[in-house]
Design a protein around this ligand. Structure first.
Ligand SMILES: C[S@@+](CC[C@H](N)C(=O)[O-])C[C@H]1O[C@@H](n2cnc3c(N)ncnc32)[C@H](O)[C@@H]1O
Length: 146
């Protein structure tokens, strides 16, 4: 896509995780930003998602989400790689910030979102014999079906 002028900023959220080559996309996007402009990306590192005290259902659901995403080509750890991805794309070292829902009154909204995602994705996993085997061996129960 061609533009007749450079942008002040490029902002993306949960986009780089879908890229087979995130460095290439970032390099391409940053060329569209004027010198001194801003490049901001928010991506997740799902490896950090966990429950404490451990809740088996929550942790099992998390693993199903991640396994499904991985199988569709998503890098579920891209968040923690943002600094190296920026540097590899020729950008300046970025400021890295971490945000996490860790509990409290608003946490149920986040958990409900992930539960909905797990049920949706779980339908796909349920039809996959390899996932059934993984689930059975790791969690002693089958993934949910729609
Ligand atoms: C998980 S969604 C995130 C949507 C939105 N940014 C948000 O935060 O709600 C992933 C988005 O990445 C977009 N996407 C993936 N590859 C892209 C590409 N090469 N160029 C532009 N958008 C892309 C998809 O169209 C989709 O809208």
């Amino acid at each position: 896509m061609a533009f007749d002028q450079l942008f002040d900023a490029a902002i993306g959220r949960f986009v780089l995780c879908h890229q087979p080559d995130p460095v290439a996309l970032l390099r391409k996007i940053s060329r569209l930003v004027r010198p001194g402009g801003i490049v901001v990306f928010q991506e997740s590192d799902n490896e950090q998602r966990r429950s404490y005290p451990p809740i088996r259902t929550y942790d099992m659901m998390s693993e199903w989400i991640d396994e499904t995403l991985r199988r569709t080509g998503v890098d579920v750890r891209i968040g923690i790689k943002l600094c190296s991805t920026f540097l590899a794309a020729g950008l300046a070292e970025p400021t890295m910030r971490l945000q996490a829902v860790i509990g409290g009154a608003k946490a149920p909204d986040e958990v409900h979102f992930e539960a909905d995602l797990a049920v949706t994705l779980g339908g796909n996993l349920a039809s996959d014999s390899r996932t059934r085997a993984m689930s059975a061996s790791r969690f002693s129960m089958a993934p949910p079906t729609l």
